[in-house]
Design a protein around this ligand. Structure first.
Ligand code: SAM
Length: 298
């Protein structure tokens, strides 16, 4: 049996217009997908290329900073974290890989890969001791699962999550976030929520019980800057990169996926035209990920 994801449509909605059951849709959807998640992820060559490029970036930071104890928030089945772990240089001793998730079924898969797992909702404070971790990851756009229909509450939850990460990082530890970029869609201040309709195919036939809609928030540059400015981190210690994900939503041409198209030390000199010179047709533009790494310097 060969399982494949197809993201055949997306639309952008306001966070306040999320359906009442958005959280159940996401958590049940991922639980049902857990047995097939690895196989379906690697059949998508675009996801695979982008994920590998991000993972290489993470591994470089880990080896350069001699980081050891790493947490992936929303770890899923742990495939990516385990791969990152396999590439950590052993020269500076061993560390531990940790993962949190809401799906027991995903956590079981991650546990089988020797990841220490804790069931925890990312809208709550992270369940770790102060100054105990070297790196905290929100990859695959997972920070965008912190949402609420009450937008001021949502912003509070996101700020609390960043401050919680600050508290549990050791000095010189890194918070690393790969979020869905909202800038290229012409949103000048806040991003919107992308509503995906995902089809899951098995041997070419749609598996209807696995073909769920799901939601994830995108973020503009100014929105992330605003959040980090309000947080306990010092924004001067940020590095921002833009990565191209695919050329457009329907195109098969993924040749540039995974390329870094612009980078900024801190949040200075940002100009959307640097990364996309033609914004006339915002719904038919490339899809970007924004990668933010910020160091805890006391
Ligand atoms: C797209 S998968 C990513 C897995 C992994 N980080 C990776 O990059 O391969 C997202 C994971 O986030 C989890 N998740 C979604 N909402 C969550 C929440 N509120 N708290 C904790 N985990 C959540 C899902 O159960 C799912 O396993």
């Amino acid at each position: 049996m060969s399982i494949k994801f197809q993201y055949h449509s997306q639309k952008w909605i306001q966070e306040s217009d999320l359906p009442e059951d958005w959280f159940e849709l996401i958590s049940n959807g991922f639980s049902k997908l857990a047995p097939f998640f690895y196989e379906a992820s690697v059949t998508d060559s675009i996801d695979k290329k982008v994920n590998e490029a991000v993972d290489r970036d993470i591994i470089n930071l880990i080896n350069k900073g001699e980081l050891r104890d790493i947490l992936d928030v929303g770890v899923g089945d742990g495939t990516r974290l385990a791969r990152i772990g396999r590439n950590i240089s052993e020269d500076y001793g061993w560390g531990r890989l940790y993962g949190t998730d809401i799906s027991e079924k995903m956590l079981q898969k991650a546990r089988d890969k020797n990841i220490y797992v804790i069931k925890s909702d990312m809208r709550e404070p992270l369940p770790f001791k102060p100054a105990s971790l070297d790196m905290i990851l929100y990859i695959s756009g997972d920070f965008g699962f912190i949402m609420d229909k009450d937008v001021s509450k949502a912003n509070r939850l996101r700020l609390n999550a960043i401050d919680s990460a600050y508290s549990i990082l050791k000095e010189e530890g890194i918070l690393y976030m790969e979020v869905i970029c909202g800038d290229h869609l012409g949103y000048d201040k806040d991003g919107k929520v992308v509503h995906y309709l995902r089809r899951t195919l098995s041997d070419g036939k749609e598996v209807s019980e696995l073909s769920d809609p799901f939601y994830a928030k995108s973020f503009t540059f100014s929105e992330m800057e605003g959040l980090l400015r309000k947080s306990k981190f010092n924004i001067e210690n940020t590095h921002v990169k833009y990565m191209l994900r695919k050329l457009n939503w329907t195109s098969e041409d993924s040749s540039k996926s995974g390329e870094i198209v612009a980078q900024y030390p801190c949040f200075r000199n940002f100009n959307i035209k640097d990364i996309y010179p033609n914004l006339e047709d915002p719904m038919n533009v490339p899809n970007y990920r924004t990668i933010i790494s910020i160091k805890k310097i006391i």
